[in-house]
Design a protein around this ligand. Structure first.
Ligand code: PHE
Length: 346
């Protein structure tokens, strides 16, 4: 007859012995040996309890529980020690070997241009916005005073992406211009409004100076007394800060359905200082559209056109960046080719 107390004590002893050996094991092979020695079919623990059948049921049960716990503990320790050894092996490096320098990333030049534009307008109190790239006809055209079959929908070379139109907003499309943010802004902000919406825009075009995805920045100013003089002053502020103090601006009459009057804005050529050269011909470079917000647009934004007036302008980020830097990018598409070797140059 074996004594119950004796077995329990022996099990504890074996456990402590095993844990001690595990702690000292230096490689996975000795851990494997420890496993066999204690937990193997003919290992020390199984040997110890091989006569357990002679004991009475409740005692057998208690010993069984202890044995299971012990086996589990030993196995856990072995596994842990094993992964520790493996990890050490991996991280075991020679600190005297010269390191590998991490590659420094930098922002894309168009991201830099966007940040700079945002910063300039912030100084005038403009709030940066981003409006959806996937839009409805209503925000992109309808609310901006384009009549239902206005040919400008073709002129803008829009990507329509869903033929099943929404009853309320019309067809779904990739926004062709940041003016789609005008009505959205009026809906969420009480005047005075000073918005600078810089977002991705899409048009069906691809050549050396056009890419199907590009960026625009759209300024929208609404209050009770906005004037053309305010518009001109704002454009001048931007041009002086983004280009340089000596660049002049001028506005020419133009036509957009959502502004009245509408303008094209030119800046004096940086190459010839406005005297006229091969690049600009007559001293001016066209930079983008602007105008006084049409009363219908103000109405569509939920505001009273008898109370509020506004001006807006929408220019291309890539375009102003290339005009500013003269970096000699002769094909705009390369900016989005994602070739790091190319982009690194700037
Ligand atoms: N949305 C116009 C375009 O893409 C530019 C514009 C914006 C014109 C705001 C007037 C006012 O060409």
């Amino acid at each position: 007859m074996i004594a119950q107390q004796g077995i329990l004590e022996e099990i504890v002893n074996l456990r402590n012995q095993a844990l001690g050996e595990i702690m000292q094991a230096e490689n996975t092979q000795s851990l494997e040996e420890i496993k066999i020695k204690y937990l193997g079919r003919n290992g020390l623990i199984n040997n110890l309890i091989k006569d357990i059948k002679e004991l009475s049921e409740p005692i057998r049960k208690q010993i069984g529980i202890t044995v299971n716990d012990t086996k589990k503990t030993i196995l856990n320790e072995i596994n842990e020690a094993e992964s520790k050894i493996k990890k050490e092996k991996e991280t075991n490096f020679d600190p005297t070997i010269p390191g590998i320098k991490p590659v420094y990333g930098s922002t894309h030049i168009i991201t830099e241009a966007i940040n700079e534009i945002e910063d300039i307008f912030k100084h005038l109190g403009y709030v940066r916005r981003r409006y959806p790239e996937v839009e409805w006809d209503w925000q992109a055209f309808g609310s901006l005073n384009f009549s239902d079959n206005h040919p400008a929908r073709d002129e803008w070379e829009t990507f329509f992406i869903d033929k099943s139109a929404s009853k309320k907003f019309g067809q779904m499309l990739l926004t062709p211009h940041t003016s789609s943010g005008q009505v959205r802004e009026m809906e969420i902000t009480k005047p005075p409004i000073r918005m600078i919406n810089i977002s991705k825009t899409y048009r069906r075009q691809s050549d050396a100076s056009h890419y199907p995805m590009f960026h625009q920045f759209e300024g929208l100013f609404i209050d009770e007394s906005a004037s053309i003089a305010n518009l001109k002053g704002t454009l001048e502020y931007f041009v002086h800060n983004f280009f340089s103090e000596d660049r002049k601006t001028r506005i020419r009459p133009y036509n957009f359905p959502f502004t009245e009057p509408s303008f094209e804005v030119d800046i004096s050529c940086g190459v010839c200082n406005g005297r006229g050269c091969k690049l600009c011909k007559e001293g001016w470079l066209e930079i983008g559209g602007a105008g006084m917000v049409h009363p219908n647009v103000i109405k569509n934004g939920g505001l009273d056109p008898n109370v509020y007036k506004g001006f807006a302008f929408g220019w291309g980020v890539e375009r102003v960046y290339l005009m500013k830097t003269n970096v000699g990018i002769d094909d705009l598409r390369t900016l989005y080719s994602n070739d790091i070797r190319y982009l690194k140059q700037f």
